[in-house]
Design a protein around this ligand. Structure first.
Ligand code: G3I
Ligand code: 9MR
Length: 585
């Protein structure tokens, strides 16, 4: 079948609504390009040397171009071709035609606004313990589940004042992911990333409205949403000693049932050093960020700072209190088999927490501690390695100008050089990469949750490199990573639910799976290609960048999680803000 001719016919007949067939192999950003953005599509059309761009509304040809060869990935037998249509800058809908293949794309102002808004709104859908009303949640409205007002102290968390099986109240917060549990390490890390975005462009966030119950108060929606989880986190601190429980969980994962149908008891489990430090870091951040919003959140700023200092002091006394679920299960009952978020090295958490506490208090002791645990190279943010969150805080452009202390300025100098070394290396081959992005040409790019932890977080890192160094090339490459996530990838998925022309319909997500609605909850980034394939599901391919399947059972490639969505919120908001200079700071 010749798609090209069929679509031309449709266009000539005045109907712009025809859609490309699934067999097409043109890969591009399915959400849209802003007028000045580089615009590149990928095809595997061997032998095709030319492409055409047609205005979908008028049928008029607006561009003719030549294809170029990329460099094949080490695991691929063949390099795809690229088509550069950056010259198309007039807002509108277009067809890209190459040989037998067709794809539709759109040029518009602020295409990433839809991504940034949907990604943030997804956190509202993850809220536990409250009813989601139709006026905010649309067809995904639901009654309250998991009130968590009666949660048991697991024996691993018992102490002199709170004995095993004692009951505490620990309501609110977000469901972590496809499961129904709440984990301090992961939700703190997620908040840390998004609070970083807020610090960079507060004016951008003050204008955002995602229609949540708090949208009409005087606090930005982002901060209202984060507060819903911060408020839960405060309940996870043991008032007796300042330690922080690692997680609030059922002993084993629930089935694919609605929140209101869950029966298992919920526990708070063991205090850990990583939970305490991640908690300390975000509470210290929040104490500064929420200070101007005391009208909506009275007393929170001071309370957060006190909580942060106590948690940090606890961590210093318990530096070896790692969360090791196997060891825990050998000593205590019931066994806990849900997400571990374990760690055997808290140096990065000490660095991040000390960094934030120094920024919040100006106490010299925290500066010394931050320097002592500072990293020797740059590592992308992930729940398991948070050193970059500390790096971002040191490199905040406004702050750097204010630093006078020689120890602090020395540290900033080193951290900057590590970040820029990472960024320079990341972008060096991107121009010729198989999918024209810095993410996606290395075997190590693909693992559980890679689209968030390695894709979107690389984009955020490159935004920082751009802000620090001023090189446009870093910004261009950050947008390229977003293009990858939004469709310019081997399987041609826009990996965010509800966006683009082909997106996941069956994520490993209990809320979406149990609500009786065909469409999944929107705005959720799936984990993505993961050659580990740990879920035993049949995948279409064993190639690293094709190890993804839109199957509800595939928790290793098709789950959603707050940390990946936090990465999407951060990258898409920063890039949206930067594509409208006046909306940024
Ligand atoms: O870091 C290594 C990397 O160096 C190596 O190249 C790669 C090769 O496969 O493996 C990488 O480690 C993987 C790691 O994720 C990457 O972050 C591990 O194999 C993999 O098992 C690990 O998966 C974690 C998963 O839980 C299983 O424990 C994910 O990070 C983590 O995001 C995920 O979190 C779960 C929670 O436990 C429960 N809630 C859902 C959530 C999302 O799936
Ligand atoms: O649903 C669970 C998901 O949230 C986790 O990321 C994943 C790995 O810990 O585990 C999933 O639960 C599966 C369990 O590990 C094994 N039995 C099937 C469960 C999913 O239905």
């Amino acid at each position: 079948m010749n798609n090209k001719l069929i679509c031309f016919g449709v266009i000539a007949g005045g109907l712009a609504a025809c859609s490309p067939s699934n067999t097409d192999f043109i890969r591009l950003n399915q959400v849209g390009y802003f007028p000045q953005q580089e615009k590149v599509a990928i095809a595997d059309t061997v032998g095709i040397t030319e492409f055409t761009v047609v205005n979908a509304a008028t049928g008029a040809e607006v561009l003719k171009g030549s294809t170029e060869q990329t460099v094949a990935n080490s695991w691929a037998s063949q390099a795809p071709t690229t088509m550069d249509f950056s010259a198309v800058t007039e807002p509108g809908k277009y067809w890209l035609l190459a040989g037998e293949d067709t794809a539709v794309f759109e040029v518009k102002e602020r295409p990433l606004q839809a991504v940034a808004d949907a990604a943030l709104k997804a956190f509202y859908y993850q809220r536990t313990g409250m009813a989601l009303e139709e006026q905010y949640a649309g067809q995904w409205n639901r009654p309250a589940g998991h009130p968590d007002t009666e949660v048991k102290i697991h024996p691993s968390a018992a102490g002199p004042s709170r004995k095993a099986d004692a009951v505490i109240s620990s309501p609110k917060g977000w469901y972590d992911a496809g499961d129904y549990n709440k984990y301090i390490v992961n939700s703190a890390y997620s908040i840390g990333l998004m609070q970083t975005a807020y610090r960079l462009f507060p004016d951008y966030f003050s204008k955002q409205n995602v229609n949540i119950p708090e949208s009409n108060n005087s606090t930005p929606d982002l901060l209202d949403e984060l507060y819903y989880n911060l408020d839960w986190m405060l309940t996870m601190q043991d008032p007796a000693d300042g330690g922080v429980y690692h997680k609030l969980t059922t002993p084993s994962f629930e089935g694919f049932v609605k929140p209101t149908e869950c029966q298992q008891p919920r526990y708070v489990v063991q205090k850990s050093v990583t939970a305490a430090l991640d908690f300390a870091a975000v509470m210290a951040q929040a104490s500064k960020i929420y200070k101007p919003f005391g009208k909506d959140y009275p007393g929170f700023s001071a309370k957060a700072l006190r909580a942060a200092e106590r948690a940090y002091a606890w961590a210093e006394k318990h530096p070896e209190a790692y969360y090791d679920q196997n060891a825990l299960n050998q000593q205590h009952d019931p066994d806990i088999t849900t997400g571990e978020y374990g760690d055997k090295d808290a140096t990065d958490e000490f660095f991040w927490a000390a960094t934030e506490l120094y920024y919040a208090t100006n106490k010299q002791s925290y500066l010394i501690k931050a320097v002592k645990s500072s990293p020797r190279s740059y590592t992308l943010p992930s729940w398991g390695n948070v050193s970059s969150l500390g790096v971002f805080t040191w490199l905040l452009p406004e702050r750097e100008k204010q630093l006078r202390d020689v120890v602090a300025t020395g540290l900033v100098g080193s951290l900057k050089s590590y970040l820029l070394a990472y960024a320079a290396d990341a972008v060096k081959d991107a121009n010729k990469a198989a999918f024209h992005a810095p993410f996606g040409d290395d075997l190590n790019d693909f693992a559980w949750g890679c689209l968030g932890e390695q894709g979107a977080n690389q984009a955020t890192t490159l935004v920082f490199a751009y802000l620090v160094d001023g090189k446009n090339n870093y910004l261009t490459n950050a947008y390229r990573d977003m293009d990858y996530i939004l469709g310019r990838n081997p399987l041609g998925y826009c990996y965010v639910t509800g966006l683009g022309t082909k997106s996941p319909m069956h994520p490993h997500h209990r809320l979406s799976a149990s609500d009786g609605i065909d469409a999944p909850i929107p705005g959720l980034l799936v984990g993505g290609p993961n050659p580990g394939q740990q879920d035993g599901v049949q995948y279409p391919s064993s190639l690293p960048d094709e190890s993804y399947v839109d199957n509800e059972a595939s928790y290793a490639s098709n789950e959603i999680a707050i940390n990946w969505n936090a990465a999407l919120v951060t990258a898409s908001s920063l890039l949206d803000a930067l594509s409208v200079p006046q909306a940024g700071k």
